[in-house]
Structures are given as structure tokens and as C-alpha cells.
Design a protein around this ligand. Structure first.
Ligand SMILES: *Cc1c(COP(=O)(O)O)cnc(C)c1O
Length: 387
């Protein structure tokens, strides 16, 4: 079956009720018929449900679908994207190791890397996604892992995954890719040799702004380690959220198609708007890594950024004038969401720190939703008029 079909047809075996849609297994534990069955389960001699912190049928269904889409052998689902990323670090990095990450990166990931990893003796450095020629000089003898987002949040920078896969293999380090923005519907990092793929399922995978979730994917032996770490430390995904997310995957491909076509239309229109200095979108010719985006992504994704002329004040005025779109931190929703990082999510950073991660004063991030494109364009354009 094609991935689109697998996302729909992979299913937990039916119960005697012969239900069509998978029921919700809202149970914290599972029962055994006798002492021997229970012993064998706890000895890992058989692959059965024991306790929902370890495994649950709804979670397993979600994991199997996501594996099929990413083209990986195994998956462990977690309670959020941040727990997936943190588990991927803590499973494979130990005191004395070094992590090389991309500088433009999700805010909480930046906090984990710069505040918590050093507390446990793990070193880090940041590299610029747009300057791969500098990466070799940043590799140290103790470098164990490379972590990147592509496209990045919110900078929308892109790195050549084919080049990066070879670079990681040559330097014998684990390559960990946060595939949140593209989703497996548009980009599969495993094709280029990514060892670990991390996800915030909260974003496009749920796609409807309802539940938190995350996942770590990769080869069986690596994900077994992640599973053992999480089985003991407990950042597991709840059965309810897994049930929601598994249903969400059934529509991921058609949603990503529409998010991407709406985003491309909006980006194209805004590119020539007199109040806008610059628009960034992976599938716009003007994107600095346009060729790479075309090579490794089947569409540009749902997020665009633009720079309003007039800096911070203009950005705030723009948000105030928005009528239909939602002012909210979430992205990857059916509803178009708009943020102004300099006055909100990144307001605590100095201007210099913001600029280092590509957040200019008038930068606006739009996660283009599934409303009719005419309504999205109308709202953005009327708000720009008021700036
Ligand atoms: C939101 C996000 C995360 C964190 O996911 P949560 O589900 O909010 O914990 C990680 N990476 C990227 C790129 C994100 O956008």
C-alpha cells in the first residue's frame, strides 16, 4: 500500500464487536490469565500489553502508522514534542558528550539544550543551517549527535538532508531531525540516513489544535533504547491522545496538500505587497535554499513568515487589526494562526539574541490554515492596510 493508504488502513486488530473504527482503550493496565502468562510478559518473552506507561493498543496503532509514513522500523510515542526531543537527547547523550544543533530552533528546545543539558555535563554548540561549510570545524572528538529542524521554526531555514546524512555518517555521529514542520507527508528524513526523527504531533499531525503528542522514530535497536528510557521515566502518550492522533493521520496528506497550496498562494501575493519588506517560504523562488527545498520536500508546508516594514510597532498593529485569523502560539491548525515573535514568544530575548536566530522586529509568522484562501488573504490584507 502507498503511505496515504497505510495512514488510513493500519489498524489495531478488531475486537469481537467487529467495530469499523478503532475503540478507545482507556485503561491503565491489562490483565493476565495466569501466573505463567504474567511472568512471561514481565520477562519480555512475549510482546503483549502490560501497563499503559509501556504500551497501549491506541498508542501502538498511532506508532505503527507514523512508522509507515516516515519509512522507519520503529517508533515510540510521547506526551508532547518536547518530551520526544528530551527523551532523544537523554537516551543517547551522557556527561562529557557534545551535541551540535542548528541555531534557529524551537524556543523550548533551545532552553533544554542551553539550560538543562549543561547541568548534566553535556556540551553543545550551534551551527548555522545556511553555512554547511562551517560544520566540519564544529565537530569535536566527543560529538555524539547532530540535531536539526528543517524547515526551522520560525526562521524557515532549510538544510540539505542528503548532504547532512553523509556528513553525519562520515563523522560517525547520530543524526536527529525534528520533522515537525514538513511532516512525513512532505519529507522523509530517514531516506537520507537520519538515525532519529522527532515530532511534535501537537502541530500538523493532530492538525486541529486539540491534543498534545510527540514521537521518536528510527531503527529498531535505537528506538528500543528510547522505549526503555521512557518506560522507566514515563513521558508516555495517553491512550485518548493517541486515539485522536491516529485518526488525524488519516487526513494528514490531504491537509498538508491544502496547507501548502494555500501558503504558496498567500506567500506569492504578499511578496509584492508595498508594506512588506520580505516574504520567506520554502517554495518561493526567492527562498535562499529554494533548490534544496524542491529536492527534498514534495510541497512547501503550511508556514510562511514575512517582515512588515516599520518594526516592532508595525508588527503589534498588524496583530491588533487581524479579524478572522487567530492570535495564538499554536501552529499547524485547520485555522490560520498569526504570531509576532519579537513582541510575544521571543520578547524576553535581547534584540541581538533575536537577530541571531533570524527574528527581526517586524517578523510575522503565519501558519496558513484550511479556510478558503480568499478569506485568509482578505484578512491579512485588511490588517496590513491598518499598519
Ligand atoms: C512545537 C514544536 C516542538 C515542541 O512540541 P510540543 O508538542 O509543543 O511539546 C518541537 N519542535 C518544533 C519545531 C515545534 O514547532
Amino acid at each position: 500500500m502507498k503511505p496515504e493508504s497505510k495512514a488510513i488502513r493500519i489498524q489495531t486488530p478488531r475486537t469481537e464487536e467487529k467495530e469499523h473504527s478503532t475503540p478507545l482503550y482507556m485503561t491503565s493496565s491489562f490483565v493476565f490469565d495466569n501466573a505463567e502468562d504474567m511472568r512471561a510478559a514481565f520477562a519480555d518473552e512475549v510482546d503483549v500489553n502490560i501497563y499503559s506507561r509501556f504500551v497501549n493498543p491506541n498508542v501502538t496503532e498511532f506508532e505503527e502508522k507514523l512508522c509507515a509514513l516516515e519509512g522507519t522500523e520503529a517508533c515510540f510515542a510521547t506526551a508532547s514534542g518536547m518530551s520526544a526531543i528530551t527523551a532523544s537527547f537523554l537516551t543517547f547523550l551522557k556527561s562529557g558528550d557534545h551535541l551540535l544543533a542548528c541555531r534557529s530552533i524551537f524556543g523550548s528546545t533551545h532552553t533544554v539544550i542551553t539550560k538543562y543539558l549543561p547541568k548534566w555535563g553535556i556540551e553543545y554548540s550551534y551551527a548555522d543551517l545556511s553555512k554547511p561549510e562551517e560544520w566540519q570545524s564544529l565537530i569535536r572528538p566527543n560529538t555524539k549527535m547532530i540535531f536539526v529542524e528543517t524547515p526551522t521554526n520560525p526562521g524557515l531555514d532549510i538544510i540539505d538532508l542528503e548532504w547532512l546524512g553523509q556528513f553525519a555518517r562520515k563523522n560517525n555521529v547520530l543524526l536527529n531531525v525534528d520533522n515537525c514542520f514538513a511532516t512525513p507527508a512532505l519529507q522523509q528524513p530517514a531516506l537520507y540516513g537520519a538515525d532519529l526523527i522527532t515530532h511534535s504531533a501537537t502541530k500538523f499531525i493532530d492538525g486541529q489544535g486539540r491534543v498534545m503528542g510527540g514521537a521518536v522514530l528510527g531503527k529498531k535497536d535505537l528506538i528500543k533504547e528510547v522505549y526503555l528510557f521512557c518506560r522507566s521515566t514515563g513521558p508516555s502518550l495517553s491512550p485518548f491522545n493517541a486515539w485522536v492522533l491516529s485518526k488525524s493521520l488519516e487526513t494528514l496528506f490531504i491537509r498538508m496538500e491544502r496547507h501548502s497550496s494555500n501558503a504558496l498562494k498567500l506567500a506569492g501575493l504578499l511578496e509584492h505587497h508595498p508594506k512588506i519588506a520580505q516574504v520567506k517560504y520554502p517554495f518561493l523562488l526567492s527562498h535562499p535554499q529554494y533548490e534544496i527545498a524542491r529536492k527534498q520536500m514534495s510541497a512547501g508546508g503550511g508556514v510562511i513568515t514575512f517582515e512588515i516594514k516599520g518594526g516592532i510597532e508595525a508588527g503589534r498593529k498588524f496583530l491588533d487589526a487581524i479579524k478572522m485569523c487567530s492570535l495564538t502560539a499554536n501552529l499547524g491548525d485547520t485555522r490560520t494562526t498569526v504570531t509576532h515573535p519579537a513582541s510575544t514568544t521571543h520578547a524576553k530575548l535581547s534584540e541581538e539574541e533575536r537577530l541571531a536566530v533570524g527574528i527581526t522586529p517586524g517578523l510575522v509568522r503565519v501558519s496558513v490554515g484550511l479556510e478558503h484562501i480568499t478569506d485568509i488573504v482578505a484578512d491579512i490584507e485588511q490588517a496590513l492596510e491598518k499598519v
